[in-house]
Design a protein around this ligand. Structure first.
Ligand code: ADP
Ligand code: MG
Length: 479
């Protein structure tokens, strides 16, 4: 019997508030170490934290976005542990009464199926500082600029069964938090970090012992780290060994992982309510206000794309997943007058090019308006799809707008039938053997064999022959 994989995610989302969770200092902007941390962030004796209203508001907005219960009365607790980047000796977080209770997130799978992933809860907490190892020989530097940065930690139920589902879930969370504007979503900067809990079991058995692979900060690494850990666990179990509950670190550069520490239990942290902070009260009026201010969510955007542009579920899901991609697609569809073509180009040629050059869609050298112009020329038959790729490349390289490129390079499809007719006549005259062969074939074979003549004509016209006209001419002349 084969193994069943069980995955649950813990996701840290950095809230884009103006100031920290409990102090007035600005969030770190990469300034010199320890210049953006206040006495409160360091937890020095005599200081008193004050909850940032905006952070609570953003956490609650997230809760509403996943249809969760919002806790009307939530409290902060101290999670006690010592670590060099946490000099105050505790992290202020939430345990018993988090702001956001149980909710749900729907994910779309490539095979067209959908799945609900349950959210156990999401809580507010502060981030710790950073240990710096480069530039310090035989020592560790401590930078506390990040200390006190507001985070929400989103904890899923162990509802995912493979890497595809885990990545789809992670992407969906990314889409939600960026759509509602509570996080910048720059994963390379650690704005969103994923801890992946993984276990395996035989079907029908209780959940196996899990490991947690921490701080994955790209979807690609997440996929690879899951594959690696699943394989490791199965190997251990099939060799008669046992899985140890532990925290692991994945190295994307070497595609290896190592154990970081065995996992502590909650009671090792000696949680207790923070005596310096009042409970947070959220009223019905607060909730009504948040609901009224809710931006368009990825699911409604997806439904709108299916409805307005007749896209498939999967295409609509991909295009609605990021606000930037969604806006680009809609602008290109509008400018080009064809949503299906726009969808194909954004997910196809454009995505491939952006991927290859590791660029964000926001930095695309081809603008949505330019792509729209290209689509319009395809649609009105000025250029063929083959030429369109050439025009796209030139536009990407900064050679101007598609219309100018088509003009300057003489890429218009040959629509003058007289000219095309002459080319076809030449080809027929110069390829007597192929013409005989074609004429002696049955209809099914003819369909295939006409390809030779089409190819010759495209070669002679540098791909500019209008395919429909060419096909028609050839069929007429070949008989
Ligand atoms: P802790 O309190 O020790 O962090 P939780 O029970 O809250 O543990 O679970 C933390 C995360 O681990 C959750 O995302 C949960 O879905 C996931 N998880 C729990 N048990 C398993 C398991 N057996 N296999 C995979 N994931 C699991
Ligand atoms: Mg946990």
């Amino acid at each position: 019997m084969s193994w069943e994989v069980v995955i649950g995610l813990e996701v840290h989302v950095q809230l884009n508030t103006a100031s920290k969770l409990f102090s007035g200092s600005k969030l770190s902007t990469g300034a010199a170490p320890n210049t953006q941390a206040s006495l409160v962030d360091l937890g020095l004796p005599g200081t008193l934290p004050v909850v940032n209203r905006e952070a609570v508001r953003k956490a609650a907005l997230f809760g509403l976005a996943i249809n969760a219960d919002i806790c009307r009365h939530s409290i902060f607790e101290r999670k006690n542990y010592f670590y060099p980047d946490l000099p105050k000796g505790y992290q202020t977080t939430q345990l018993a009464e988090p702001v956001v209770g149980a909710g749900t997130v729907e994910i779309q799978l490539e095979n067209g199926e959908k799945k609900i992933v349950r959210i156990h809860h999401a809580h507010l907490e502060e981030d710790a500082g950073k240990s710096l190892h480069e530039d310090f020989h035989g020592m560790t530097g401590i930078d506390l600029n990040r200390a006190g940065t507001p985070l929400i930690e989103i904890v899923s139920e162990p509802d995912m069964a493979n890497a595809e589902e885990a990545v789809a879930f992670a992407r969906k969370l990314h889409a939600i938090v960026t759509s509602i504007g509570i996080c910048d979503g720059d994963m390379s900067q650690g704005n969103m970090r994923f801890d992946v809990n993984i276990s395996v079991r035989k079907p029908g058995e209780p959940l196996g012992t899990r490991t947690e692979t921490k701080n994955l900060n790209s979807f690609r690494f997440m996929e690879k780290a899951i594959a690696l850990e699943v394989e490791r666990q199965i190997d251990v179990l099939e060799d008669g060994g046992e899985i140890v509950q532990e925290t692991r670190l994945y190295n994307g550069d070497t595609h290896t992982a190592r154990s970081m520490r065995s996992k502590e239990d909650a009671n090792d942290y000696r949680y207790f309510p923070c005596p310096d902070l009042l409970p947070v009260a959220i009223t019905d009026a607060d909730i009504e206000e948040l609901k009224a201010a809710m931006p368009e969510l990825p699911d409604s955007r997806k439904a709108r794309f299916i409805n307005d542009y007749q896209l498939s579920e999967y295409d609509a899901d991909l295009l609605s997943g990021s606000i930037a991609t969604a806006a680009f697609f809609e602008a290109a569809a509008k400018a080009g007058g064809d949503a299906k073509l726009a969808a194909n180009w954004v997910m196809g040629e454009l995505a491939a090019k952006l991927n290859a050059e590791e660029k964000d869609i926001a930095d695309s050298p081809v603008s949505a308006e330019q792509l729209g112009q290209l689509i319009a020329r395809l649609k009105d038959g000025t250029i063929s799809s083959k030429i369109a790729k050439q025009v796209f490349e030139a536009c990407w390289a900064g050679e101007g707008n598609p219309d100018d490129i088509i003009e300057a390079k003489g890429l218009k499809q040959m629509s003058d039938t007289g000219e095309l007719e002459k080319i076809v006549d030449d080809i027929i005259a110069n390829n007597a053997a192929q013409v005989d062969d074609y004429r002696n074939s049955d209809d099914a074979k003819k369909k295939k064999k006409i390809g030779f003549f089409v190819g010759q004509a495209m070669k002679a016209t540098q791909g500019k022959a209008n395919p429909q006209q060419l096909n028609q001419l050839l069929r007429e002349k070949l008989g």
